[in-house]
Every structure is written in structure tokens, then in C-alpha cells.
Design a protein around this ligand. Structure first.
Ligand code: FES
Length: 152
């Protein structure tokens, strides 16, 4: 059985006909061709698939599409505005806060979720918030530098 799920996506209305049990990550990546959210573990453990739902970080690989009905979803593709990178994206570049880049969309959106709740977090708060977003290249220190810089 399918149903139509309506929500806002990166500032625009979106509607998808979805099977029961459809998962947000795959709806984004396959139906909507937004491939910024990555598939890592597929089990809610690594954070590569993080998107924002009503401003909070959500692991899209374990989020039913139906759960975002009526909500505002932001993916990494929606963060830059008017052709300008978001300050967090700019800070990641300036602080060289990635190597392979696979974790970066999820890291940036998890960081934005923190800044939505706390505009001036301490380094410890940044590190604690991003602790469950994994970076296999070991760029965590530079990621914390970038988020701290973007929060000033
Ligand atoms: Fe979703 Fe790892 S792919 S948390």
C-alpha cells in the first residue's frame, strides 16, 4: 500500500508516493536524487546519513519517511543559500576539516543542529555533540575547530 507523504524539503514543498516502511535516506537518495546524505552503517550508528528535521539532527537511515510528514527537512544540498556557502561549510573548508569527505554532510548538519540549540557551544560541547558522528580519516580535531570558528 502506498500513501503520499507531504513535507518541506530544503525550503520547498515536496510530496512522495511511498510504500509503507519507506526510509527517509533512500527516498532522498533515490526518489529525489539528493545524494548528499550518505549511507554508512545503515543502522543509526555512524551519522553519515544525518539530515535536519525541524532543525534537529536525525539519522535518515532509520527514519521512516512517514515520520517527516508535515515537517521541514534540510539536507546538505539545502544549506547554502543564494549561491553562498553556509558559514559551517565555509569553516570546514578553511579548517581543512575533512579528508575523504564521506562523513562531512552528516557532520555539518549535526553541527548545525547543535548551533540551533546552542549558538556558542564550548569545545567540549561540540566534541560531545559530534561524538557519535564517525570520521574514519581522523579529522575530528579540525572538525571541532571548524564548528567552533563558525559559532563565533
Ligand atoms: Fe545512518 Fe550510519 S548510515 S547512522
Amino acid at each position: 500500500m502506498t500513501s503520499t507523504i507531504r513535507f518541506r524539503l530544503n525550503g520547498r514543498p515536496a510530496a512522495l508516493d511511498a510504500e509503507q516502511g519507506a526510509v527517509l535516506l533512500w527516498a532522498l537518495r533515490t526518489s529525489l536524487q539528493l545524494t548528499g546524505a550518505k549511507h554508512g552503517c545503515g543502522a543509526g550508528l555512524c551519522g553519515a546519513c544525518t539530515v535536519l528535521v525541524d532543525g534537529k539532527a536525525v539519522r535518515s537511515c532509520i527514519t521512516p519517511l512517514a515520520r517527516v510528514a508535515g515537517k521541514e527537512v534540510v539536507t546538505i544540498e539545502g544549506l547554502a543559500q543564494d549561491g553562498r556557502l553556509h558559514p559551517l561549510q565555509q569553516a570546514f573548508i578553511e579548517h581543512d576539516a575533512f579528508q575523504c569527505g564521506y562523513c562531512t554532510p552528516g557532520m555539518v548538519l549535526a553541527a548545525q543542529s547543535l548551533l540551533n540549540a546552542n549558538a556558542a557551544p564550548s569545545r567540549d560541547e561540540i566534541a560531545a555533540h559530534l561524538d557519535q558522528n564517525l570520521c574514519r580519516c581522523g579529522a575530528h580535531q579540525r572538525i571541532v575547530d571548524a564548528v567552533e570558528s563558525a559559532s563565533r
